[in-house]
Write a protein that binds this ligand. Sequence first.
Ligand code: TYD
Ligand code: MG
Length: 462
Amino acid sequence: MAKRSATVFVCQECGAQSPKWLGRCADCGAWNSLVEERPVEGAGPAAIAGHRYASGAGDGGARLYADISLENHPRLSTGIGELDRVLGGGIVPGSLVLLGGEPGIGKSTLLLQAAANMAASVGPVLYSSGEESEHQVKSRGERLNVGNAPLYLLAETCLERILEEIPRIKPSLVIVDSIQTVFSLKFQSAPGSIGQVREAATQLLFMAKGQNIPTLVIGHVTKDGSLAGPKALEHVVDTVLYFEGERHHSHRVVRAVKNRFGAASELGVFEMTSTGLRAVPNPSKMFLAERPMNAPGSAVLCSVEGSRPILVEIQALVSTSTYGNARRMASGIDQQRLSLLLAVLEKRAGLNLVGDDVFVNIAGGMTIDEPATDLGVLAAIASSVRNRVIPATTAMFGEVGLAGEIRAVTQSALRVREAAQMGFERCIMPEANIDPGDRSASSGCELIGVRTVGDALDALLS
Ligand code: TYD
Ligand code: MG
C-alpha cells in the first residue's frame, strides 16, 4: 500500500484542501490560490488534546445543565468608553477578540492605549508585536502617555515563544499585533498563510479560554475589505471588530460585526489626534458640524447604528450630463440602492432624471447601510433637482418601497429623541411609526407622518 503523504495543498481563499496542487481551487474556483502546507511530525489533534478548552470543567465529561453554575464574571473596562461600548460593555474575561482594519488606520494605536489603561487599572499586560520592534512601540507609547504601568512588550513572531511568556508574566490581557505575522513551529508554511493563521488563532483561543485571559488580536484586511486570509478566523474568535475610516478624515469608526457577548453592529466613534485616538461622545454633533445652511441638496438623516442614534448629513448634486452618458455615483451608501431610489423617484414622483448626473455623498466619510436611509437620500436628490432648500431644522428617516410607499423602520423613538436633542424642530417619518396622540411630541419635536414619496416631498420642499 502506498504511503499517505503528509503534505496537503490548501486554498488560501476558502481553506479547501487537496492532496495535489491544482491551478484552480475545485471548491471556490479561485485561481492560483493553493499553497503547500506540511504539518511537522507529532502535531495535529493529538498535540491539542492536552489543552482543556474551558477552565474548571471538572473531569471533562458532560455535565447536567442544571448543575452548571452561572458564573457571572464582571467585564473588564479597557478605559476607553467607546471601545467598551462596541465590546458590549467591556471585555469578557477569557474572550478572543479580533480587530480588523486597513493599514495605518490606527489599530495598533487603539490597542496600545487600551493596553496601557488595563495595565494601570487591572494588572500586567502583554503586548506582543510582530510588526514593530520594542523601540518603535515605545516611541509610539510616548505620544500616548503610557507612563509606568506594568506593560510588557515582546517583539516576537513565534507563537510558541509568545505562549511561553504568559505563565511568566501572568497578564490580565494579551495583545497580539497582527495574527498574520505569527507562525507556529508545527507548520512549515509561511506566516500569514491560512494554515498558520488558523493554527495561531486556535492556539490563542485555547490559551484565552483555558487560562481565562482576554486576548485581543489584530488582523489585516485585504484590498476588497475582507479580513485577510481566512473567513475561518471569524468563526474561531468570539468577537470581530472592524476599524473603518477615511485617510483624509480624522474620525474613525469601530464596528462590531460579530459579538458572542453583546449586540452586533454596535458602533464606537473616535478621532485621531496627535496624542492618539480620542473618543467622540457626541458623533451627531461632529457629523453635522460643517453642514451648509440653506443649500439645496442637503438633508439630515436620523440613522441608528447598533443601539446608538446618529444624525448625518446626506448631500446630493444633480446636474445635466454633457456627454449623454449619465453618471450615478454614491459614496457612503450602496450604489444599487441609489439606482433603485432614482427609479422610484422617476416613476412615483414624476422627476425626470434620465439625462442627469447624480452624485450622492454622506458628509464626513461615514458609511450607512440601513434601509431608513432611503428617505434622506431621496429628499436630498429631489431638493437638488428642484433647487429647493429643505429647512435646516428638519430631520427625517424612513424606508422607501418600490411602490413609492414609505415603510416603518425600527427604533423610531430613539431617532426622534436624538433629533430633538440636537435641536431639530420637525421630523418627517413613516406614518406607521407614529403613535396616535404623540404627534407633537413629548420630545419637543413635531412629528410629521408620511405614507408615500409624494407626501414626503410635499412636506419637505413646499
Ligand atoms: P497605527 O496604529 O500604526 O495603524 P495600524 O496599526 O492600523 O496600521 O496608526 C498609524 C497612523 O496613526 C499614522 O498614520 C499616524 C497616526 N497617529 C496619529 O495621528 N497620532 C498618534 O498619536 C499616533 C500614535 C498615530
Ligand atoms: Mg499596526
